[in-house]
Design a binder for this molecule. Structure first.
Ligand code: BES
Ligand code: MN
Ligand code: ZN
Length: 526
């Protein structure tokens, strides 16, 4: 079973096909069953909506229907709103027109509304049993059109994501999945040679990355153990011809990675350290180190968690999942600078061989950690992760980790918390997040917080004694201690990597959040 899962994760493709054609006349005839024409509409009064429908060539009877839906308060173009209008033969080739609201934001140059509307369009299509969508592309100047098209395609693919189920099933017939979205390019600039294909390619790679991150995050702990997670890194690296090394438990000891060895010591599934290197185009010696927390299950260890909700801890490798997903992007679009991805993988279990409160662990540069709480395990494996990334040449560092529950106290499951030692790098990451439409918010790194980690018997302790005050900040700064002078940003997805119920455009379970931010950071102009 595990082998099968691993293979599926590595060979994964997108089921929904998206292609661009010059205009609707290129749609194959005689396929109206299950085909809908999508109409994206900015928020407005009935008259404005009907006028927009007219501009898209909808027959008068359907324009009246749009006006009537608005008058009855059923559809106003609010973002997230959708309505399916049957064409009843008035538009040959189309069974329905799918109205999708873009809200107010559509009038700005931002792309978020288009991505979100794409998600909602696909969900509505699923609900209506539609199998094909014909989507007129956003009309705008070339650059804006390109960005909106990319966001829209991303949204269509993200909306088509379905969480795998392990149920044997009752045999009840499932509604058909949306098979294809055909993007209709109308204006001359959209048809320009090579115009929108790169945007579509970029969207495809990012969508594949998010799918992979979500699927990995959703895998149960008995399917995904440290060796499997490292195996996914190896498999993806092989798929894209990238260099990958995996250290086993013996090699981890030999490298002096006592943090990772300590956290992994309690489990029958031994730890692994995976590293993937992607060569950049510049070759200027700048190396971006990306380090992802890869705890395949976090029981808390000897400082055992309470049972309620512990199942969420299958997502404690959400940071690793994001970076491995990102290999779909890095593998298809060479970055400017070299990138090394480092994934410390371990299972945090209580047992006779487990690490304990009071233990002193020595990480790979010889520094020592006093363990006060074995449930603060992520930062301990990330210490070795960050040190290993530096040894592999990283000149700047970003770590992604479901590091704390404390981040939920500040931001709920809405925003990812950021802690950094470098304002410049932090600013770049925050601006990438904004362009990607993901919420990241910075936390302060005052010296008082560093003090809270001072140990009397080791270089640093893994948890402040004083309750859990500023837990998200001190956890981040613990990692920053090992980043040292190297510019570093920490992204705590403890609240955002996994949702208990779907919210907005995001699904229940693994979200893959930070894939798009990091892609945006690595390829700022794409
Ligand atoms: N993996 C958890 C953090 C977590 C908890 C993420 C709930 C998502 C949801 C992490 O290893 C942890 O247990 N952190 C503790 C640290 C504390 C013991 C110092 C926390 O934040 O409560
Ligand atoms: Mn923990
Ligand atoms: Zn954890």
């Amino acid at each position: 079973m595990q082998q099968q899962e691993l293979k599926r994760l590595v060979t994964q493709e997108l089921e929904l096909g998206i292609r661009i054609i010059p205009d609707a006349s290129h749609l194959t005839e005689g396929e109206e069953s299950g085909t809908a024409r999508v109409l994206f509409l900015a928020q407005g009064e009935g008259e404005a909506l009907a006028a927009a429908a007219a501009a898209e060539g909808l027959p008068a009877a359907l324009q009246r229907e749009v006006r009537s839906l608005a008058a009855r308060g059923v559809f106003s173009g609010r973002l997230g709103q959708t309505a399916a209008v049957p064409t009843l033969g008035l538009m040959p080739g189309y069974q329905a027109v799918l109205l999708c609201g873009l809200g107010e934001a559509a009038r700005s140059e931002g792309t978020d509304a288009w991505r979100d509307a794409g998600v909602y369009a696909v969900r509505a299509a699923h609900g209506q049993g539609l199998v094909r969508l014909a989507v007129p592309l956003p009309r705008a100047g070339r650059a804006v059109c390109r960005r909106r098209t990319q966001a829209l395609a991303e949204g269509l693919w993200l909306g088509a994501y379905r969480m795998p189920s392990y149920a044997r099933g009752s045999g009840a017939p499932q509604p058909p999945a949306l098979r294809e979205a055909v993007l209709l390019a109308g204006t001359a600039e959209q048809d320009a040679p090579g115009g929108l294909e790169p945007a579509l390619r970029a969207a495809r790679a990012k969508a594949l990355a998010v799918y992979a991150a979500r699927d990995l995050t959703n895998l149960p702990g008995n399917y995904l153990v440290p060796d499997t997670l490292a195996g996914v890194a190896q498999g993806l690296a092989a798929r894209y011809g990238l260099e990958c090394t995996v250290l086993d438990e013996r090699e981890i000891e030999e490298h002096g990675m006592g943090g990772l060895a300590g956290v992994g010591a309690g489990s029958a599934n031994p730890p692994r350290m995976a590293a993937v290197r992607v060569r950049g185009t510049a070759g200027g010696g700048e190396v971006l180190g990306l380090v992802g927390k890869g705890i395949t299950f976090d029981t808390g260890g000897i400082s055992l968690k309470k049972p309620e909700g512990m199942e969420e801890m299958i997502s404690d490798m959400g940071g690793a999942a994001v970076l491995l997903g990102l290999l779909h992007v890095l593998g298809t679009q060479q970055p400017r600078d070299d990138v090394v991805i480092v994934i410390p993988c371990a299972e945090n279990m209580p047992s006779g061989t487990a690490f304990k409160p009071g233990d002193i662990l020595t990480v790979m540069n010889g520094q020592t950690i006093e363990v006060l709480n074995t449930d603060a395990e992520g930062r301990v494996v990330l210490a070795d992760g960050v040190l290993y990334a530096k040894q592999l040449g990283a000149t700047r560092l970003i770590d992604v980790a479901t590091l704390t529950g404390s981040v939920l106290m500040s931001f709920a499951d809405v925003a990812t918390g950021a802690v950094a030692n470098n304002e410049g790098l932090l600013g770049e990451v925050l601006s990438a997040a904004q362009r990607a439409g993901e919420k990241v918010w910075p936390l302060p790194n005052y010296p008082e917080y560093h003090e809270m980690l001072r140990s009397s018997v080791a270089d640093i302790k893994n948890a402040p004694s004083k309750d859990r005050w500023a837990g998200c900040i001190t956890a981040g700064l613990f990692i920053g201690y090992f980043a040292g002078e190297t510019p570093w940003v920490h992204l705590d997805t403890g609240g955002t990597a996994w949702l208990w119920s779907p919210r907005g455009t995001e699904p229940v379970g693994g979200t893959g959040v930070m894939v798009r931010t990091l892609a945006e950071y690595i390829y700022p102009e794409a």
